[in-house]
Ligand binder design. Structure first.
Ligand SMILES: [Zn+2]
Length: 291
């Protein structure tokens, strides 16, 4: 297993992964309704078995990234969580006895050691561990953390008439309780999480998704959330998912950050790529490749 499978360095910062769910499989045609099979076949040899099954299921991972920066422990995205009612999503429904908190402990971290929880966006698989059940109430899992939510992102979901159904209930049990506990800071494009750590709007998957651009010495990494789901989209950057709120905007956003990564050699850090957590991107004709 390569170094980047469980951790990688941005300058002197070590970024480590905590896996909540793996593999997360979805029919290729469901996640990518516009996919052209001939294009997939050209890449099947390297996509299988890590990223694609022979039965055409896309394989993803759900994980969080943890890093200590200048004395603060920062967690990027909060996965699925436990004890959540997700009747429409069987594999997320009423999970218990997972090892997420134990994995953090293995990294030497207790929930109260986490200073910042940054949610790239507010989908069900990015907010779950924000809260835990205590005496029948949803309370922050990380009691001392400031939770960073995009202002535009929160406004968008707050404005949905069906927000109680968003994420099968995740907005209600994993986002609203953080707002009510006054544990979140609403942040915008350009917000400085720390020295050399800027948030940038990456719209398309959701209207207010934010990416985290970390510059440390000569090294750099871009945490892009769900602006890209699968390595298939590195080679086919125009392929948007069926969950992207604006497919065209998602395409433009994807091409822009892939170009940025190819341009200056910064690490690409997506949420859902199985295997290595960070990737170098190269230009390949009018497209891109990993490597
Ligand atoms: Zn996701």
């Amino acid at each position: 297993m390569s170094e980047t499978a469980t951790s990688f360095m941005i300058g002197d910062i070590r970024v480590r992964a905590v896996v909540d769910f793996d593999p997360y499989e979805m029919d290729l045609n469901f996640i990518f309704p516009d996919v052209v099979m001939g294009e997939v076949e050209k890449h099947r040899s390297w996509l299988e078995p890590t990223y694609l099954t022979s039965g055409n299921k896309i394989r993803l991972v759900v994980r969080t990234m943890v890093m200590e920066v200048d004395g603060r422990n920062i967690l990027v995205d909060a996965c699925v969580g436990e004890h959540k009612e997700r009747p429409t999503r069987p594999f997320m429904n009423q999970r218990k006895d997972t090892d997420f908190i134990a994995q953090l402990a293995k990294l030497g971290l207790k929930p109260e050691d986490i200073d910042v929880v940054f949610c790239t966006h507010l989908h069900v698989d990015h907010v779950g561990w924000n809260t835990k059940l205590a005496n029948g109430k949803w309370v922050p899992t990380f009691p001392k953390a400031r939770y960073l939510f995009g202002r535009k992102e929160l406004d968008f979901w707050m404005g949905q008439p069906n927000r109680h159904e968003v994420g099968g209930g995740s907005f209600v049990d994993s986002v609203i309780p953080i707002v009510e506990a006054k544990a979140c800071d609403l942040v915008d494009d350009g917000y400085e999480v720390g020295k050399g750590m800027l948030l940038h709007l990456l719209p398309g998957h959701t209207p207010g998704q934010l990416g985290l651009d970390v510059v440390r010495g000569k090294d750099r990494a871009y945490f892009v959330g769900d602006a890209i789901h699968s390595p298939l989209q590195v080679v086919l950057p125009d392929l948007s998912t069926g969950f992207d709120t604006d497919k065209q905007q998602a395409r433009e956003t994807r091409r822009k950050f892939l170009e940025a990564c190819a341009g200056d050699g910064r690490w690409l850090v997506p949420c859902h790529f199985r295997g290595p957590i960070a990737h170098k991107i190269k230009r390949a004709g009018g497209s891109f490749m990993i490597g």
